[in-house]
Design a protein around this ligand. Structure first.
Ligand code: ZN
Length: 371
């Protein structure tokens, strides 16, 4: 039943105490049942309204009717009561706000969770990892080096002397403002992963077997088969008595591991400044099986030849070993072979993609196919 103020008949201390307690209890109960703004307003008006609010009624019914000798005592108690009631009403706001925010924060554990998209290996990264794994199984360890290199590591120590025409074949992106430095200290974006060969030979003595995956840059305008940024996988083996036969055997095995046991390899003479002799290695086309045709159509990836060029390789030029001679690489005692391939090109062939740019545009719809 709702609380109503009745006239006080008994002004004894105990009777007043009981009336005050009854009033406070009633107010607290009403405060607890406030659930929204409208109810809060009604509740506040009922107790605090100047005209006929409960506190006003208490003023009228308890104080004005008090006998003279009880007036002071009654005044003190009513003031205390008003303070208590006001506190309860202020608290009603707070408790209402609490329940609203609690409702907002409530977790419905029966709802499905938020699914975060799971990333996948980019086709170029996947190809790189697969190729690196082939060589790791042969006992090669992975070596890496800086993308911003000095002229010395990118060119000079790899047998590209200053002004050598072979430098022109690698359109190089140089870091600006280097003119005051000696040429060998000038910084550039490495045009191949080969500097890591020298860097590793400086740190580790032979025998050495490393595979070097990494990003390289050249000043090539982007098109279907070129990009100013691309990826290489390179390898180096140095030991006593390494021969061209070791090179052929290793690469033939690696290609069969990677493309399937039916592929054949073919080596054709070539030139690189850092290897002598040098070769380009072809694998029999794994798309048309070497026939050059797909049904009635010509096989485009091998240009109908039945062979696809995969990598460059050769025996390490003794001039390269001269740069690291003091670390045990005396060309009279050790020999080695090196090879390098484009990870992007192999990924293009492997996945039948006809435009290199698709790999680097970052279009999730394209990349999702490979997840
Ligand atoms: Zn083919």
């Amino acid at each position: 039943m709702a609380y109503t103020v009745s006239k006080l008949k008994d002004y004894s201390a105990s009777a007043m105490e009981k009336s005050v307690a009854d009033c406070i209890r009633a107010c607290a109960i009403e405060a607890a049942s406030v659930h929204n703004d409208a109810e809060l307003k009604i509740f506040r008006d009922r107790w605090m309204a100047r005209k006929n609010g409960i506190l006003t009624q208490i003023n009228d019914l308890w104080l004005k009717g008090a006998p003279k000798d009880a007036k002071r005592e009654a005044g003190i108690r009513v003031n205390e009561l008003k303070a208590r009631i006001q506190k309860i009403i202020e608290g009603a706001k707070v408790s209402r706000a609490d329940s609203a925010s609690a409702a907002a924060e409530r977790v419905d554990i029966s709802l499905p969770g938020i699914r975060r998209p799971i990333g996948a290996e980019h086709p170029v990264v996947k190809t790189t990892n697969e190729m690196v794994r082939v060589f790791q199984k042969l006992g090669y360890s992975v070596a890496e080096g800086p993308v911003v290199e000095t002229d010395y590591y990118n060119f000079e120590s790899l047998n590209f002397p200053p002004n050598h025409p072979a430098r022109d074949t690698q359109d190089t992106l140089f870091i600006a403002g280097q003119q005051s430095k000696p040429q060998r200290e000038r910084l550039l974006l490495r045009t191949h992963t080969s500097p890591v060969q020298i860097r590793t030979m400086e740190k580790r003595r032979p025998p050495l077997r490393i595979v070097i995956p990494g990003v390289v840059h050249r000043n090539d305008p982007p098109d279907a088969s070129h990009s100013p940024m691309f990826h290489q996988i390179e390898g180096l083996a140095v030991d006593t008595n390494i021969t061209f036969g070791d090179l052929k055997g290793t690469l033939d095995h690696a290609m069969k591991e990677f493309f399937g046991s039916s592929v054949k390899t073919s080596f054709r003479p070539s030139f690189f400044p850092f290897t002598e002799p040098s070769a380009e290695m072809y694998v029999s086309c794994f798309i048309c099986g070497g026939s050059g045709r797909r049904g009635n159509d010509p096989c485009r990836p091998c240009k109908q030849t039945g062979w696809i060029e995969i990598l460059g390789c050769g025996m390490v030029d003794p001039n390269v070993f001269e740069f690291v001679k003091d670390n045990g690489y005396d060309p009279r005692n050790v020999s080695g072979f090196a090879f390098g391939m484009g990870a992007d090109r192999i990924a293009l062939l492997k996945y039948g993609v006809d435009d290199l740019q698709l790999f680097f545009n970052g279009d999730v719809r394209f990349l999702r196919q490979f997840s």
